[in-house]
Design a protein around this ligand. Structure first.
Ligand SMILES: CC(C)(COP(=O)(O)OP(=O)(O)OC[C@H]1O[C@@H](n2cnc3c(N)ncnc32)[C@H](O)[C@@H]1OP(=O)(O)O)[C@@H](O)C(=O)NCCC(=O)NCCS
Length: 164
């Protein structure tokens, strides 16, 4: 089952981050890793963004994963304005900010279902995302679900993908 995030899910979302961090060395290369400060700021940014979507997946009562998405245009304006000229043609997309599934449930189609639902709920025709170039698992997942690399930001060590 997939439903919208509520404040009472916060502790479970933190646990998903912690479980993923244990097996994903690339996360440590991000500025704040998955510290509570980082998790909190990501949630605040999504909730404050126009046309945002924050979904959790459940098995019974347990949260198995989540996806956070928002308008790509707003993300570019607020967080990577220096790349606006390169990303302009993707302005109408929905930006998948974070998608995480508990490692015990990887390869059970949960990530794919979260992507399908985020696209269904949003008004955009296509999704855009980015990840660290060392995240080979994440990159394979995006390629398997129809994304293609569109741009490498070597300065910030990020690869951008879209399913346009
Ligand atoms: C990336 C992630 C969300 C994928 O979630 P998941 O639930 O395991 O993915 P799914 O089971 O829905 O897989 C969807 C497709 O991708 C493929 N896939 C997923 N992980 C893969 C991997 N490591 N290697 C090859 N293919 C992979 C699946 O086989 C499936 O393809 P299929 O439909 O042909 O069978 C999960 O591995 C994760 O949480 N990783 C850490 C966080 C992360 O990297 N997030 C992305 C960047 S923010």
């Amino acid at each position: 089952m997939i439903r919208t995030y509520s404040h009472s899910d916060y502790g479970c979302v933190l646990k998903v981050y912690a479980a993923v961090e244990k097996v994903s060395p690339w996360i440590k290369l991000l500025p704040f890793g998955t510290s509570e400060r980082y998790v909190h700021s990501e949630i605040e940014k999504v909730i404050a963004s126009p046309k945002s979507c924050f979904l959790v997946s459940l098995q019974g009562e347990s949260i198995t994963g989540f996806v956070q998405a928002q308008q790509f245009k707003t993300f570019v304006e607020q967080e990577v304005p220096h790349l606006a000229h390169l990303l302009q043609q993707y302005g109408d997309g929905t930006y998948v900010r974070n998608i995480l599934v508990r490692p015990e449930q990887w390869k059970e189609n949960i990530g794919k279902q979260l992507l399908v639902e985020v696209k269904r709920q949003g008004s955009a025709q296509f999704l855009v995302t980015r990840t660290h170039p060392d995240n080979s698992r994440g990159i394979k997942f995006f390629e398997k679900t129809g994304f293609r690399e569109m741009f490498k930001d070597e300065f910030a060590a990020r690869v951008y993908f879209s399913n346009l």
